[in-house]
Design a protein around this ligand. Sequence first.
Ligand SMILES: *Cc1c(COP(=O)(O)O)cnc(C)c1O
Length: 310
Amino acid sequence: MPLHVDTPLVESHPLSLASGRRIVLKLDALQPSGSFKLRGIGHACEVHHARGARGFVTSSGGNAGLAVAYAGRRLGVPVTVFVPESSTSTARALLAREQAKVIVHGASWQEANELALSRVGGTDAFIHPFDDPLLWHGHASMIDEVVASGLVFDAVVVSVGGGGLMCGVAEGLRRHGLDHVPIVAVETTGAASLRAAIDAGALVTLDAITSVATSLGARRVAARALQWTQERPVQSVVVSDAEALEACERFLADHRMLVEPACGASLALAYGPHQALAAFDRVLVIACGGATATIDQIRHWARPEAAADL
Ligand SMILES: *Cc1c(COP(=O)(O)O)cnc(C)c1O
């Protein structure tokens, strides 16, 4: 039994109306850890567990950390998560609730990650948040489920941080002979490391992440993600934080489900509606989820001037 669950595939009437085309949602927000990450990370943790790993170490205070913590708890493997001082108390509390040992170190993720790497013991497995073929293999299962349902679609919308989700979706599409189906790869302004790499034709490291969609905040994408853009149709789209946040609020009203701005970025294409969907009739949108943002935080990001109301 895998650690992730098969998720519902739901045709969204509100998003279809808003976008003027058929929008079908793969609701990976409903994974027990709160995001799609459990697919790939659950798979990686099971493989390492089977190979004899006695501990899991990671450096993500976000949904990857939560997925590792969940997988470790389920497998009975102790988990240590190194997070920077800048991580939120919400994230730390969620990790602690999953019984992970949380070590706070350094001003930024770089320092937390360095300490994490130095503390990986001989019987531990280090779990990377996006750049690992084991993860992509696990993420690809979402496309297996969509194809098994019989759904026909002519584009897939995914959010891109480090590109692990995109690599998984591309792998899943390839497995089913769907290399011709375009992937619409969505980032937010201030976290657009895939767009920068596509423009440069090479991997680019952004100086800083300035978007509120912190789960998209990889300063550099996985090399495999850029490679996919050279092997198959991938359309890069960058939306604003404001668009992503508005999509989160509308999605909560329409589907009664709270997702992070990282997921709102993808939903924003339907709500826009965005020109990037103009050529497509039936669009599969991966509702990737995210557990680390509260509705108060989303409203505050959307309307900081109204902060006094909180
Ligand atoms: C991690 C994450 C992403 C981005 O995934 P990558 O594999 O880093 O591209 C998007 N949305 C949510 C909610 C995430 O947790």
